[in-house]
Write a protein that binds this ligand. Structure first.
Ligand code: SF4
Length: 364
């Protein structure tokens, strides 16, 4: 989405000035305002967040404070959409920079998914196909899933959601992250070589033969996270040599071979808990976004906590929520101007809510 440039008065402010004006704006808005900070945001944003978490936890946090009129979501676009779907009609969800998208979510759009759905049905005959979308997807894809009997999943509950989907039908159509889909299928005991195919939206039949689609249990959308794709087996081997006894913990958006080479894998909330609950002196090499890893290292100095990628791997789209954008958003709210509101159209909202509520029921 297009974001207008910040007014000149917000350019070149010192961090101290941004911080003090942000605090003043927060104070002026009082309980009308809640600021949500995703784990991958920089420290200067997290310092002003009322809640920290992953996308799903934050959307629930926002819904749990129904009196807050303004929900400023320091995350990316699909997260703000999910928050708008899950919060009340009196709550306005705001994304401080409209250009903060998610490269993975952008790898699947409704037009492509509808086309794939039709093509797959033309070759699978009487077999039934159940769509599962990762929460990292646009609201209209969640709505598609809601309409077609499927569910949303998170990186925490993907195995439960996918196992449920396989009880409802013969095959799962998983989008947009092939890696979470493959890792989840493998966790459930399915063979990535013989029971999964990848759907490339730019090729006829997704680049598959009718026979391979007929034989597959999983049809995995060819999407990935540019941050988690950077982690490699070589980095894991090096960490084990450099820090004997280190535990390797990666996110399930990493490639299957990386997940298999790690000691543990799980969502950002899982990573946070595993490290926080470990005893002093523990050593961790973590394969996820650098802001989360650096913050863990700073907050838990009694442990050795390193990022697997020595080149540093920030989520560039999350990074677009610069503290100046947050300040601009809040000062506009104080002045009575509602900027950058994210509104999911009613029909999409209703169908997406069906898919999200199905996830809540299935994964309770
Ligand atoms: S870390 Fe990956 S999946 Fe998460 S917002 Fe960034 S690009 Fe999207």
């Amino acid at each position: 989405m297009y974001q207008e440039p910040l007014p000149a008065e917000y350019i070149n402010l010192s961090q101290e000035e941004i911080d003090s004006r942000t605090r003043a704006a927060k104070k002026a808005l009082g309980s009308r305002l809640v600021i949500l900070g995703h784990h991958y945001q920089r420290d200067e944003i997290i310092a002003h967040a009322d809640f920290r978490g992953d996308s799903y936890k934050l959307a629930k946090d926002a819904a749990a404070v129904p009196d807050a009129e303004f929900i400023v979501f320091c995350g990316v676009h699909f997260m703000a959409e999910s928050a708008d779907i899950l919060t009340g009609p009196n709550q306005k969800v705001i994304l401080p920079n409209l250009a903060a998208g998610c490269s993975m979510a952008d790898m699947a759009n409704l037009f492509q998914v509808r086309s794939a759905w039709k093509q797959i049905h033309e070759v699978i005959g009487q077999s039934t196909l159940v769509p599962v979308t990762y929460i990292n997807s646009a609201a209209n894809l969640k709505a598609f899933v809601g309409e077609h009997g499927g569910t949303v999943c998170t990186s925490t509950n993907a195995p439960t959601a996918v196992a449920w989907a396989l009880e409802q039908g013969d095959k799962v159509f998983f989008f947009p992250d092939q890696h979470l889909g493959r890792n989840t299928g493998a966790k459930l005991g399915y063979d990535p070589e013989t029971e999964m195919v990848v759907w490339d939206p730019f090729k006829p039949l997704g680049g598959n033969t009718p026979e391979s689609i007929q034989a597959a249990k999983f049809i995995l959308w060819k999407g990935h996270c540019s941050v988690h794709k950077r982690f490699t087996i070589e980095q894991i081997e090096k960490a084990r040599v450099d820090y004997p006894g280190i535990q390797v913990l990666v996110h399930p958006e990493c490639e299957l071979e990386v997940v298999n080479a790690a000691d543990l894998n799980g969502s950002t909330e899982f990573i946070l808990k595993a490290v926080t609950n470990s005893p002093a002196g523990s050593k961790w090499a973590i394969g996820t976004e650098i802001n989360l890893v650096s913050r863990l290292a700073k907050e838990q100095p009694d442990k050795t906590i390193i990022c697997l990628d020595p080149e540093i791997c920030p989520c560039s789209t999350m990074y677009r929520i610069h503290p100046s954008f947050l300040l601009w958003t809040l000062e506009n709210l104080v002045a009575g101007n509602l900027v950058n509101q994210i509104v999911v159209p009613e029909k999409i909202r209703a169908d997406a809510l069906v898919a999200l509520q199905r996830m809540l029921t299935v994964c309770a």
